[in-house]
Design a protein around this ligand. Structure first.
Ligand code: MG
Length: 292
């Protein structure tokens, strides 16, 4: 395992979390083009793309720009957008053959306190994903910006067919490469015991959602769960780089997580809403799109 870590459990604020992050090159690729960030209040996976070392340069730039926000306890959606713009500018300015076509996905979860209420802010661009486990809810929060997602939205592909489709690695939006770079945002009230998973397609290409849910529901700590998910992806073939970042709310607004209860009973507020609803299917992209 590379780079496992736990965040400071004494982090102040009305949402207190523990986290863990792991990235693995996999069994097939020569290099790891994924980059990860596990530093309160931002938890991020970036999956780079492009020839030569372009992908790892692009994903590292994304992490660097968002890491600048981790000196503060709280972030705003505007600051997240600014970090994204700064990263896009830097990636666009890359020159030379080795960084031709550089781009990256960005999927992140940030903790945010608004009017003394703790929220998860989710941002997505590309086909890395954020999942949420909360009490009896398990859901994929993000919607992939990918060719196969668009085909599924049009009813032309089943999820099973999508997993084997030759275009399954082709994204329709990315940071720094491709025609579109508008992210989607979600703002979700945080509940004590929530677990958020941010991951690259090296996990979801090898491990199905039912298995991911089963592992997330285990009583293990987030570090063990992250290691278990990476191991499952490697056992599935490890065809791509695998990145897993987990963040769990152990206390929200004075609530205290009782020992051993991570997804227990209790009512919750279902108030997830889109800041940007622009996730509608678009026409199948033509030449010049990003294949990974
Ligand atoms: Mg990947």
């Amino acid at each position: 395992m590379i780079d496992p870590s736990l965040s400071d459990p004494d982090q102040p604020g009305t949402i207190r979390v523990v986290s863990a992050a792991t990235t693995h090159v996999g069994h097939v690729r020569a290099t790891n083009e994924d980059s990860i960030l596990d530093a309160a209040p931002i938890y991020l996976v970036a999956d780079g793309m492009g020839g030569h070392n372009a992908g790892e340069v692009a994903s590292a730039i994304a992490v660097e720009e968002f890491e600048k926000l981790t000196i503060q306890e709280n972030v705003t959606v505007e600051q997240l957008g600014d970090a994204l713009s700064s990263a896009a500018t830097r990636i666009g300015e890359l020159g030379g053959e080795s960084t031709l076509g550089a781009g990256t996905t960005v999927s992140l979860v940030a903790t945010m306190v608004l009017d003394e209420v703790g929220y998860w802010v989710v941002l997505n661009l590309g086909d890395s994903r954020v999942y949420r486990l909360s009490a009896d809810i398990f859901e994929q929060v993000t919607v992939d910006h990918s060719v196969v997602q668009e085909l599924m939205d049009r009813g032309e592909l089943t999820p099973e067919q999508a997993r084997m489709h030759p275009y399954r690695h082709m994204v329709t939006r990315a940071l720094g490469a491709g025609p579109e770079s508008d992210p989607d945002y979600w703002l979700i009230p945080a509940e004590t015991g929530d677990r958020m998973l941010i991951c690259s397609d090296g996990l979801t290409g090898e491990v199905d959602d039912a298995t991911i849910e089963r592992v997330l529901r285990s009583p293990s700590d987030v570090r063990t769960i992250g290691e278990d998910l990476v191991r499952l992806a490697l056992d599935g073939g490890g065809h791509d780089n695998i990145s897993v970042v987990l963040v769990e709310a152990v206390e929200v607004e004075g609530q205290q997580l009782e020992a051993e209860t991570t997804a227990g009973t209790g009512s919750r507020t279902e108030e997830a809403f889109d800041v940007d609803e622009d996730t509608l299917p678009r026409a199948l992209p033509g030449d010049g799109d990003d294949a990974r």
